[in-house]
Design a protein around this ligand. Sequence first.
Ligand code: SF4
Length: 154
Amino acid sequence: MKYLHHCPRQLWLYSRGVRPEHLSALVQLGEAVHETSYTRSTPVDLGAARLDHLDGRHWVHEIKSSNRPTSADRAQIYHYCHRLHQVGVPAAGGILHYPKTRRTERLEYGLEETKQAENDIDQVIQIAGATQSPPRLARTSCRGCSYLDYCWSE
Ligand code: SF4
């Protein structure tokens, strides 16, 4: 879901099994932040999605290595809430945690957010099923992307 909101091409490549993430310093940083933050939280495996923690009041918690919320972070929360509702868990919303800046953002999950989650799924299916890759973003938007070499090596 975060790829959909960052770059459709990234989503298309990922859906085809191109996975250079282990080479990305940013991904490694993200993993390190996860390992050193909120160690009492328990990940929840939803099959295609794995969220960091679900509390007793049905709020999803996600820990991020970036400094501030993005539309992709919010979409990920809504997607998790949508998935939880599908399996009978009445997710109330999500809380994004940014340990580096000690910031949090609380997101309610209601009708509008349900619609957004459903639209996002439709878009993912459409992009993943396309026969050709979507165009590259402007180079300035590719900073830190693990597909940088793949997209920009001539
Ligand atoms: S390098 Fe740029 S164009 Fe390629 S997948 Fe990443 S963000 Fe998209």
